[in-house]
Design a protein. Structure first.
Length: 495
């Protein structure tokens, strides 16, 4: 098996593609199903509040205080959900069958759709029965069974889910339940000890020790909004939704994803930090939905070539590639081509940093924003709005280098624009052919891209395209504004 084929990542559907990899295991998290759903079959815990860890007992005291509040969740999938997963299984098999495709870390697989349902973990965060877990643990569930370490069993009810962070909140009817107090993930440091608590492979109340390997992991392709804690504490199938706690026994993360070549633990796991999980929890409990801040801009990262094109000394900031009509950004005066370098008094390193800050800003907040426009610094004030249903606050689009040689273009009429999903008023030239041996082909330019501007000059026709392109000099930096599948994107190229 070559190296690329060996790099296989367990997902929420990991049992589908990873079952063969783990077939030697005699047990699996999904093999356990509660015998009943009675809520009064077991005695009460002696203590309902986690005791602070005692220095003399070290990690043993932390484990003792946390494990009573980390539960086993068994989700019985609906028939519709099982049908959807059958379709997705074929997609996963195709994915794993193509070694040339990129692979990224995704949630460790919990078993679904076999009649027993999916099994994962959850963390009780309040004595009245609110539980935080992963969305992929409960997604598509018809029934939820929640089992505590003391063998008490409850029916769970979904309060709300947030697929964009892979988080969910469920509720059981209980009182004086053990719980894990919220911690402060912003105080974590790389190298700090953490404990992961969950139910891997159905082994309830398993505690593993590791360190914080990295902070602020994004661009993983797991969820839309990412700010992961990376840890080498062992995380395996069944751990999803479990607790990551610090040395004070407080919750700092919800275990969510792994990278693995075998389907099991290989030292790289990810947890959603409570700095992201707590606001999601509060919003779901209060309203049943997640309210996020919204600017209404499309943004992308800067590279060195783009930085030069926008008269910047450093490739830092978030380049505004599009401003939505009637959005908070437009009302504040933000324009396409602005580079956002500061937000609420904090520097903006890249598009992901801006995305995190905007989504966590309360709706209605007036925020000072520092931008660079045509090489000049400007201060604006934006009143943050509420993000609409499926609109992204900031989609970090990768910049791609290419040259103009090797392109064949044609005019863009209103009908063609609409066929491409664009506004009938969109102007530009349509790329219809790309020389497969050209630089633009290697850069990924494909038929269907629409070139709207060259060096900030509007391109309304093939004639204008040819006129501007013919005037480009060798070694000249060129700034293109293109529309790709409805999203605007700046590209800096060198002919």
């Amino acid at each position: 098996m070559n190296g690329s084929l060996a790099r296989r990542i367990q997902t929420r559907l990991g049992w589908l593609a990873g079952a063969a990899l783990l077939s030697a295991l005699a047990f699996w998290a999904g093999d356990y199903t509660p015998a009943s759903l009675a809520s009064d079959a077991a005695p009460q815990l002696a203590s309902t509040t986690p005791a602070p860890p005692v220095a003399g007992n070290g990690f043993a005291q932390i484990a003792k205080s946390v494990t009573p509040a980390v539960v086993n969740i068994t989700a019985t999938a609906s028939r519709t959900s099982r049908g959807r997963e059958t379709d997705l299984r074929d997609q996963m098999e195709e994915f794993f069958g193509h070694p040339g495709r990129p692979r990224g870390p995704v949630p460790p697989g919990e078993r679904h759709g076999d009649g027993h349902g999916g099994v994962g973990s959850g963390v009780i965060v309040s004595p009245d029965g609110y539980i935080v877990t992963n969305n992929h643990v409960v997604e598509g569930a018809q029934e939820l069974a929640v089992t505590l370490p003391d063998k008490r069993e409850f029916r769970g009810k979904i309060v709300g889910t947030d697929p964009k962070t892979d988080l969910a909140v469920i509720k059981v009817d209980g009182h004086d339940l053990p719980f894990v107090p919220w911690g402060d993930s912003s105080q974590l440091q790389v190298g700090e000890y953490v404990l992961a608590v969950g139910n891997p492979f159905g082994l309830n109340s398993t505690v593993t020790l590791g360190i914080v390997s990295a902070l602020g992991r994004g661009r993983m392709g797991i969820t839309q909004y990412e700010d992961f804690i990376q840890t080498d504490a062992a995380i395996n199938p069944g751990n999803s939704g479990g607790a990551l706690v610090n040395q004070a026994g407080k919750l700092v993360g919800i275990n969510t994803a792994i990278i693995s070549q075998t389907g099991g633990y290989q030292g790289v796991g990810f947890a959603v930090p409570v700095s992201m999980a707590r606001p999601v929890y509060d919003s779901l409990v209060a309203t049943g939905k997640v309210v996020r801040g919204y600017l209404g801009v499309g943004i992308q990262d800067l590279n060195q070539e783009l930085a030069k094109s926008f008269d910047l000394k450093e490739a830092k900031g978030a380049l505004v590639s599009n401003v939505a009509e009637d959005s908070p950004a437009e009302q504040a005066g933000l324009k396409q081509g602005d580079v956002i370098v500061g937000y609420q008094g904090a520097p903006i390193e890249d598009a992901v940093v801006l995305q995190r800050k905007v989504t966590r800003t309360p709706v209605g907040t007036k925020v000072p924003v520092q931008v660079v426009r045509n090489g000049k610094a400007m201060d604006l004030t934006v009143t943050v709005g509420e993000q609409p249903g499926d609109v992204r606050v900031a989609s970090a689009e990768p910049a791609t280098d290419h040259a103009l040689a090797g392109l064949a273009v044609q005019g863009l009429d209103p009908k063609t624009a609409r066929d491409l999903g664009l506004s009938g008023k969109t102007q530009g030239v349509l790329v219809v052919e790309v020389d497969p041996d050209s630089v633009v082909a290697r850069a990924g330019i494909a038929p269907g891209d629409v070139i709207r501007e060259i060096n900030k000059q509007p391109v309304k026709s093939v004639q204008e395209f040819e006129k501007i392109a013919s005037g480009l000099k060798k070694d000249q930096h060129i700034l293109l504004l293109v529309n790709r599948h409805g999203a605007s994107l700046f590209i800096s190229v060198k002919v």
